[in-house]
Ligand binder design. Structure first.
Ligand SMILES: CC(C)(COP(=O)(O)OP(=O)(O)OC[C@H]1O[C@@H](n2cnc3c(N)ncnc32)[C@H](O)[C@@H]1OP(=O)(O)O)[C@@H](O)C(=O)NCCC(=O)NCCS
Length: 101
């Protein structure tokens, strides 16, 4: 079973305080607790902050989706989505760091 994270946003005033990472951890943890074997998401390829956060938390480009992981024009003309995934089966998913900036 795969779970999908569809929206993650932190108030601009509260960014870089670890809240995004914490919300992501909460969602992935809940998915795992409910039997998901992987968690997927899409992110605009130019969104460096979000892509970095997902990578930091173990997500990788899901080359099995889109064209080598890219869904072209997903968000509009020339706005491409990167498909990302993390495997949470068994001990595969261990979060390196959750709380704090
Ligand atoms: C992406 C977003 C949710 C991150 O939330 P946040 O609370 O600021 O992120 P965190 O403080 O938990 O940071 C987690 C990691 O993400 C990365 N990161 C976050 N903001 C970053 C930035 N501006 N530049 C580079 N890396 C960034 C870093 O790797 C960071 O870890 P570090 O602080 O140890 O370096 C936030 O920037 C946001 O709301 N953006 C607008 C909405 C959006 O783009 N959502 C994602 C849609 S898919």
């Amino acid at each position: 079973m795969a779970a999908e994270v569809t929206k993650v946003a932190v108030s601009p005033r509260a960014r870089r305080g670890g809240f995004g990472r914490f919300m992501l951890w909460t969602a992935v943890n809940a998915a795992k607790a409910n039997g998901a074997s992987e968690v997927r998401l899409r992110v605009e390829s130019t969104n460096e902050a979000a892509v970095k956060m997902y990578e930091q938390q173990g997500f990788v480009v899901d080359t099995g989706r889109g064209v080598d992981g890219v869904s072209f024009d997903f968000y509009g003309p020339t706005r491409h989505a990167l498909n990302m995934v993390v495997n949470v089966e068994g001990d595969n998913w261990v979060l390196p760091r959750v709380l704090g900036p």
